[in-house]
Write a protein that binds this ligand. Structure first.
Ligand code: 5GP
Ligand code: MN
Length: 338
């Protein structure tokens, strides 16, 4: 963020605002951590603020302080719409084009509020008056920490903010192991611990929450894994019937896609998950090294994300989706194996 923008945002926050904070659809740890972290900060500043999520999110994120105040656009629709209509300032966090807000897209487009985007994905759209966009950053939570610093308020970060922000940094960096993890990430994480983030407890709350169903579903996913050595690629499929058989709950498949990358010489891992209700196959892409899954997802599967982690979707059957995937995999053989 440049100096003028920081000044302008500081001026805005020196007046009472009606603030709404929105993460992307199917919010993950970084989305919930950053919105709640910012929410605690804005409330501490005496602002009226509401977090509105486009839809539900996994149980393993619901322990975060402030969680009970989140409005779900699907469940608390009239309350959420009221807050959106009254909003003078809207923060959009962890996404950069309004299509990622699911059913909230149209309402955001219509809003007269000023927008502030804080995000670390590629190719930001230009709907926001104030844009803090940096693809080098590990997570939006890291950026919210920096944003609070730009405002000269780092010393006001309390333990609630610290716990929320630490969570998103931890989840988006794969517990500090992905290439996006920098020394700055560690410095910020350390400072958050000093300010009250309970790192061991956070890790436990997020990762030690398996149900027997989830572990069985993981077994099923690993059994379904197809290894395409010639393309240095692995893919997994999960049908709706398989999800149902193991009592699938939201968030159960989180992290499954990463297993493929633990195989020697595999640099591209994909998971295709059928969602009968939405009539789509939701796809997650992961890579190791320079192969850009952001470009792959953007070019062929209506998606996007980061160089090494992206998502997309397909509106045809699983079988047709895999055929399409194979066609594009072949087109990319050179980049994958060269
Ligand atoms: P995941 O595979 O964990 O759902 O998402 C990986 C990354 O890609 C995240 O940063 C997420 O925000 C982004 N992403 C996931 N699905 C989509 C999508 O459909 N469109 C876009 N543009 N990004 C996505
Ligand atoms: Mn993120």
């Amino acid at each position: 963020m440049n100096f003028e923008d920081i000044q302008a945002v500081r001026n805005l926050l020196s007046e009472p605002q009606e603030i709404v904070i929105v993460p992307h659809k199917n919010p993950d740890g970084d989305a919930i951590g950053s919105t709640l972290g910012l929410w605690h900060f804005l409330r501490m500043k005496g602002q009226k603020a509401t977090v509105i999520v486009p839809n539900d999110y996994p149980k393993f994120l619901k322990w975060m302080p402030g969680n009970g105040h989140i409005l779900n656009f699907e469940k608390h629709n009239s309350q959420a719409r009221e807050a959106m209509e009254a909003a003078t300032l809207i923060f959009t966090l962890d996404f950069n084009h309004l299509g990622r807000a699911g059913q909230m897209e149209g309402f955001l487009e219509k809003s007269k509020a000023k927008f502030i985007m804080i995000d670390h994905h590629q190719a930001p759209a230009d709907y926001a008056e104030y844009r803090y966009s940096d693809v080098e950053k590990s997570s939006t939570c890291e950026m919210v920490y920096e944003f609070i610093g730009f405002l000269g308020e780092t010393d006001n970060i309390n333990s609630d903010m610290a716990n929320c922000l630490y969570t998103g940094i931890m989840t988006d960096t794969g517990s500090f192991k992905f290439a996006s993890t920098t020394s700055r990430t560690h410095i910020i994480a350390a400072d958050l611990i000093d300010r009250g983030a309970e790192n061991t407890k956070i890790h436990h709350n997020v990762f030690d929450t398996n149900s027997p169903g989830r572990l069985h579903l993981l077994g099923c996913a690993l059994k379904n894994m197809v290894i395409l050595k010639d393309y240095r690629t692995v893919y997994i499929t999960l049908s709706q019937a398989e999800l149902d058989a193991y009592g699938h709950e939201k968030g159960d498949t989180e992290g499954f896609v990463n297993y493929g990358l633990t195989l020697e010489d595999i640099i591209f891992a994909v998971i295709f998950i059928e969602n009968k209700e939405e009539g789509i196959i939701k796809i997650s892409f992961r890579s190791a090294g320079s192969f850009s899954v952001n470009e792959f997802a953007r070019s062929y599967f209506e998606g996007g994300g980061h160089n090494n982690a992206a998502g997309g979707k397909s509106e045809v059957s699983m079988e047709e989706t895999i055929s399409k995937f194979m066609v594009h995999l072949k087109e990319n053989k050179e980049q994958l194996t060269g």
